[in-house]
Each structure stands twice: as C-alpha cells, then as structure tokens.
Ligand binder design. Structure first.
Ligand SMILES: Cc1cc2nc3c(=O)[nH]c(=O)nc-3n(C[C@H](O)[C@H](O)[C@H](O)COP(=O)(O)OP(=O)(O)OC[C@H]3O[C@@H](n4cnc5c(N)ncnc54)[C@H](O)[C@@H]3O)c2cc1C
Ligand code: FES
Ligand code: FES
Length: 498
C-alpha cells in the first residue's frame, strides 16, 4: 500500500516515520523506537500524567501554541506537522545543566521515588514557557490547575507545588520561538496526510470539503479528533481501527466565531479553547471547566468529540442543552442543524448518518437576565467522571420563572432535559413552594441506575440537592452568593506558598 511518511519535530529535530501501525501511541514509540525512556507509562489512559509531553503547533493566526498532552493517548500519525518535546529536551535546551523547573524540584525536594517526576517537569515546563512568554507570574491556583493531571503516589505533592512557584525565582531561560515557528512552517503540508500500514489507513485532510468526501467514501472509518476517548478503546479494549480520519488539520473546524446571536465552536477546537470562549460569555461555567478532566486531556480533546461521543456522563452536554445549543452536522450531501437534545436518541446512539461529521456546536449568546449554573458531582475534585452533572438556565421576570431549561447527565441513558421539572417551574413564582413541586417532578423525570460511581438513590438525592442549590443562589428573596453554597471552601483556602 502506498504511503506518505509522518513528519514532525522531535525535541527540535525533524523526523520522518513509516512502518508503524496507525494506532501506535506516541508513548510507546518514544520509549521503544527512540529510546526516550524519560517519559513514563503509569495508567495508559490519560489519568496519571506520567507520560506528559508538550506538543507545539502553529495556531490558525500563525502564533505558536505549546501545550501539555498525554503521550499514552495520542496516535503518532496525528502528530504530523507538529513539534513534540519530551523531558530529554530540557537537557539539550540547557546544555546539560538543569532547567529552572528541574532545579526548583530539586531545591524543594519535589521528587521521592521519581517515577512521576518527568510528567510533573513537563507540565511545569509548559506553565513556565507560557508565563515567560506573557510575563505573568502564576498564582497558587494556576499552579495547582496546571498540575491537575499529574498524580504522585509518594504524596510529595506540597513540595511539587512549591517548586511550581520557586521556578520563577531562578534565572530565566527562554525558548527560541522564532526558530520553532520557522521549522513548523516548513513542515506544513498543502494537501492532507495519507498514511498507511498493514492494511490500515490514516487520513488527515486539510479542508472540510476533503473531509466530507473522505467520509462519504469511507463511512466505516472512525473519525478521530483529540483521541482522549478513542485512545482508551485501543489501550484498554484492544480495539482494532483499520481506517481513521483525523479532523485536527481541517482549518474550517478549528474556528470559533460569533454571528447571529450564536457562538459557533468548530468541532476541531480543543476543550481548553472552547471552554475559554464559553466562559467569556458564561463565567458560571468556570468551575466545570476546571474540573473537566485535566489540562493535558483538555488540550488534546475537543468539545466536538465530547458531543459526538455522547456519553450519558459527559460533562459538556447538560449545560449546552440547558443553554439551548445546536449541533451542526456536515456531509458531502450538505449541512443540517439539530437542537442538541434531539441529537441523542438512546444510549450512545445519535442522529448522525454514517457519512456525516459534527461540524460545529452553536451556543446562543447570553440573553439579558439569564441565570445559569452547572455543577458536577464526582468523588474527586479533579480529573474524575461525574456521577451526576446538572445544568440550569432560566430568567426571572416579576418574580416568576420564565423559560426554564434543566438538563442532567448521569441520570438517564442519554444527557436529557427534565421536562416535568421545567413544567413545574414555568410561570410560577420562584419561591419555596414552587421548589417543592419541582423537586417532586424531578423524582418523576429520571430513573437513574446504580453503578460503581453512585447508587440510584444517591443520584436522585444529588440531583435534588443541585436544584435546591440553584434555587438558593437565584431566588429573588435573599439569594446566596456562590461562595456561600460552594462545598470546596476549605480547598480554596489552602495555599501553596507557606
Ligand atoms: C483521563 C480522562 C479524563 C476525562 N475526563 C472527562 C470529564 O471530566 N468529562 C467528560 O465529559 N469527559 C471526560 N473524558 C472523556 C473525553 O476527554 C471527552 O469525551 C473528550 O471531549 C473527547 O474528545 P476527543 O476530541 O478526544 O474525541 P475522540 O476520542 O477523538 O473521539 C470521541 C468520539 O467522537 C467521535 N468524533 C469526534 N469528533 C467527531 C466529529 N467532529 N464528528 C463526528 N464524530 C466525531 C469519534 O469518532 C469517537 O466516537 C476524559 C477522558 C480521559 C482520558
Ligand atoms: S500513562 Fe498515565 S496518563 Fe499516560
Ligand atoms: S515521587 Fe513517587 S510517584 Fe511521585
């Protein structure tokens, strides 16, 4: 089978790769083919951060983006045209000396068994470069968030967080962005990558028209975006994916636009960028964003992938549905738009034809007076899967509820609106009596399951608790501030710097 070579930069040097199965993970290639064993394997599912590397890309505006990702859930062909940095790069950058990130970890005693350390180094290196470029000094919360995808089993967490602050006290070290940008420009393809190995194919088209044509020729192929769900199908379920169509190089899908009262987020936009845009209009989504997976997963994964995957416990859908969002589907036959709630037909079944792809998610811009909240209930604060995720949107006019939209994840086979609860609220005064009726209606709206994350009873009670919390924060009489209903107050008070 004819094939092109996959071309990218590895630690600043161009490499060309052929002869590799299409679903080979970057982690396995680094360790076995390149002997770069600094990058470690812990979980092979994006949870532990031992495999964290940094990937550089040219953004649509020509700017350079450096972002941490999990090498265990990235397929090598998806790196075509990008720059990969592993922990070994820091030695080269420093001419054999320790980088400030590494020196700070040494100074603060931030490594015990050391297994997790390269992953921490790379997450901190991303933060270091980002802050050096913008001249910012990160606060404790930003350091903590940057490390939310890195686990340390030796419980040396506090010294690691301290190192994240200390690295900025050491003599500064810059990255040669101009050279990197020129190298990436030189790698840019005019046409898409067509890579083949052992009967399997990996296409990376560069235009939407090319993508639609490929999809209609190969309806059996798997559409690949950030690989944060699909990577696990391969690593954990050993699924064989013979045909992959990667959407990450399609320029039209990487756009965020505002027009006709809608925020349109292309399906190739990362979760990090999508939530940043959403939070500019809906700052109430900030906590959900912070708690969605971890920075490396949000940097690689897409909002379109979350919506297209359509897991009943996915975190974006409840709030997108509550806001009245639409999904734009595209094929060589044309384009159609559906309200997001109508896209989900049954458990993991969507109204998506074999030749269609998700092109964009359209979110209405904020209407005056709209009250919005979304909360995720899970066992851990960071990097955990929801037991229940609730989202609420309504307006209050003359003390009465108008146009309530409520949706939950984790309560049914699909992300779903709470129709009876909404009916119990619509047009009623937003008071305790209406709340009691709405809570009774909520009991009838869902018949949740018991599974390893939560019992049915727990889910019901948690959903009711979220509705009550929404009432407490939005009722016209003596509404409570978010800080008064927030359960993570003790966490907020904990600081990194002594
Ligand atoms: C450690 C970890 C933590 C996670 N935490 C969370 C969490 O907190 N909340 C949460 O909701 N999810 C979580 N996830 C799941 C995952 O990150 C999200 O679902 C993510 O949005 C998937 O996007 P992706 O781009 O990586 O999709 P991919 O893995 O590339 O694809 C996922 C599915 O969508 C399809 N698809 C992707 N894009 C398109 C498109 N444009 N058109 C048609 N089909 C498409 C693919 O064919 C596949 O079926 C987590 C995953 C990991 C590994
Ligand atoms: S090995 Fe654990 S996140 Fe990759
Ligand atoms: S130092 Fe041992 S796992 Fe972190």
């Amino acid at each position: 089978m004819d094939t092109q070579a996959i071309r990218f930069l590895l630690n600043g040097e161009p490499v060309e790769v052929t002869g590799l199965p299409t679903t080979t993970s970057l982690l396995s290639w680094l360790r076995t083919s390149q002997g770069l064993t600094g990058t470690k394997e812990g979980c092979a599912e994006g949870d532990c951060g031992a495999c964290t590397v940094v990937v550089g890309e040219l953004a649509e505006d020509g700017g350079l983006r450096l972002q941490s990702v999990n090498a265990c859930i990235q397929f090598v062909p998806a790196l075509d045209g990008k720059a990969v940095f592993t922990v070994e790069y820091l030695r080269r950058q420093m001419g054999g000396e320790l980088h400030p990130v590494q020196q700070a970890l040494v100074d603060c005693h931030g490594s015990q068994c050391g297994f997790c350390t390269p992953g921490f180094v790379m997450s901190l290196w991303e933060l270091y470069n980002d802050c050096s470029a913008s001249g910012d000094r990160p606060d404790d919360n930003r350091i903590r968030s940057a490390l939310a995808g890195n686990l340390c089993r030796c419980t040396g967490y506090r010294p690691i967080l301290e190192a994240g602050a200390r690295m900025f006290d050491l003599p500064a070290v810059g990255l040669d962005g101009a050279t990197l940008r020129a190298q990436l420009l030189a790698l840019r393809r005019r046409d898409g990558l067509d890579y083949a190995h052992g009967g399997a194919r990996f296409h990376a088209p560069r235009t939407l028209a090319e993508l639609a044509a490929l999809r209609s020729r190969h309806p059996e192929a798997t559409v690949l975006a950030g690989c944060t769900d699909i990577g696990l199908w391969v690593n954990k379920q050993f699924r064989e994916l013979d045909g992959l169509i990667y959407i990450g190089q399609v320029a039209e899908l990487r756009q965020i636009d505002e027009a006709d009262g809608m925020l349109s987020i292309g399906s190739g936009v990362s979760l990090s960028d999508a939530y940043a845009a959403l939070c500019r209009h809906y700052p109430e989504l900030a906590e959900l964003w912070d708690r969605f997976a971890s920075p490396p997963v949000r940097n690689a994964g897409t909002l379109g992938g979350n919506v297209a995957n359509g897991s009943p416990i996915g975190d974006s859908m409840p709030v997108l549905i509550a806001l009245g969002s639409r999904v734009v589907l595209h094929s060589a036959r044309g384009r159609r738009t559906l309200s997001l709630e109508d896209f989900y037909l049954d458990y993991m079944k969507k109204d998506l034809a074999a030749d269609e792809i998700v092109e964009a998610v359209e979110v209405p811009l904020r209407a005056p007076g709209l009250q919005v909240r979304t909360w995720k209930v899970s066992k851990r604060y960071d990097s955990d899967i929801s037991a229940v995720c609730g989202a609420f949107a309504l307006r209050i006019e003359d003390g009465r509820v108008r146009e309530p939209r409520i949706a939950f994840g984790g309560m049914a086979a699909t992300p779903r609106r709470a129709a009876r609860t909404e009916a119990a609220l619509d047009g009623r005064p937003w008071d305790e009596e209406t709340l009691v009726h709405a809570l009774l209606a909520l009991e009838l709206d869902y018949a949740p399951l018991t599974d390893m994350r939560a019992s049915a009873g727990y889910r019901r009670r948690a959903a009711g608790g979220l509705l009550r919390r929404f009432f407490l924060e939005t009722r016209p009489e003596v509404s409570l501030a978010a800080a008064q209903t927030r359960v993570f107050a003790a966490f907020d008070a904990c600081t990194v710097t002594p």
